[in-house]
Design a protein around this ligand. Sequence first.
Ligand code: ASP
Ligand code: MG
Length: 427
Amino acid sequence: MVFNWRPLSDWDASLVVGDAKMPLIVQKYGGTSVGSIERIEAVARKVQAARQAGNQVVVVVSAMSGETNRLIALAEGICRTPDPREMDVLLSTGEQVTIALLSIALKKVGCPACSYTGGQVRILTDNAHGKARIKEIDGGSVKEDLESGRVVVVAGFQGVDSKGDITTLGRGGSDTTAVAMAAALNADECQIYTDVDGVYTTDPRIEPRARKLDRITFEEMLEMASLGSKVLQIRSVEFAGKYNVPLRVLSSFTEGEGTLITFEDEDMEDAKIAGIAFSQDEAKLTIRGVPDQPGVAFSILGPISGDNIEVDMIVQNIAKDDTTDFTFTVHRNDFDKALEILKETAEVVGAREVVGDKNIVKLSLVGVGMRSHAGIASQMFEALAREGINIQMISTSEIKISVVVDEKYLELGVRTLHESFGLASEL
Ligand code: ASP
Ligand code: MG
């Protein structure tokens, strides 16, 4: 993903207030955290506490929970494909309600505060309504507000394009607003308050002994996307990594340090594995008996990508009798289309047969420690073998090893790997 973003070094230096003596933190509260008046008042107390502890605080909020969906339903009640520009005008009101209510609540607890829409802090985006990208942040009068002791409350998920039209950043976009504000202000930390207390070694619904991580690297978090995306908009993690914004995920309902997403340090290398990610959205396609000659891979995958289908893992076997087998995975939603294309290709290239399998899952071991520890892959394969789990495909990258297995082994596979790499918490 490419961020169309001015490098920080080019930024208006006057905007950089973070290296003043007072720490500057950006806090983001999601929909459930501001889901009622009581919760908004609870958020106001937390923000006031952070300010009284000696921080400058910028707060980014989402719409109250359910509000964005309610607004979408209203528009779709009129027409199935509402005008995108008007949708953004509509959806941005959700966050506008929350900034005003939170600022009122802050003033009630004696905390000077000022609310701003995305347009008012000049979050400038392109004009891709519904999925706009931030190009730059001017900051408006945020800096003066902070310096005079006010808490600045910014509407998440929205900006304006060069014409001044309201834009929105895509579902879950308030996380990205928070990180972008933190980058623009050179904040010391961006804290994402949500309804979970951090990032876990795996999904606790699959493995109840999953443990909350104190720290994880940006790279690992991105590789854990299949789990992490439920916690954070993944785009915001890429953004934070790129602009070096320490990101902390924590609960707005319980006390705790949450999980810090940051750069690698030496301690983190000791932990070989950060966690076990998995994806149930995969499907596998195999074309057998393809005449082995230069251009085989291209003739098979060219038409697939030509139809905008993304291919994940690829395996080509060593040729035998001048023919080879070729297997790859795609998103399950693309399976039918990919199968159809592959059958056509098989006729063109004179392959023997095409087979597909939707009943697979991908299990991945993720950890920066893999770089400096040998034997992780064999430990993984041994653990799966011990449980009689057959591995259908394997792929590796610097900090991840993924295997494709039958979907009936999802839970057993995750728990086995979790146990084998000592990730479980003591019960
Ligand atoms: N309110 C928007 C949504 O529901 C943005 C956000 O909450 O981050 O997607
Ligand atoms: Mg969210």
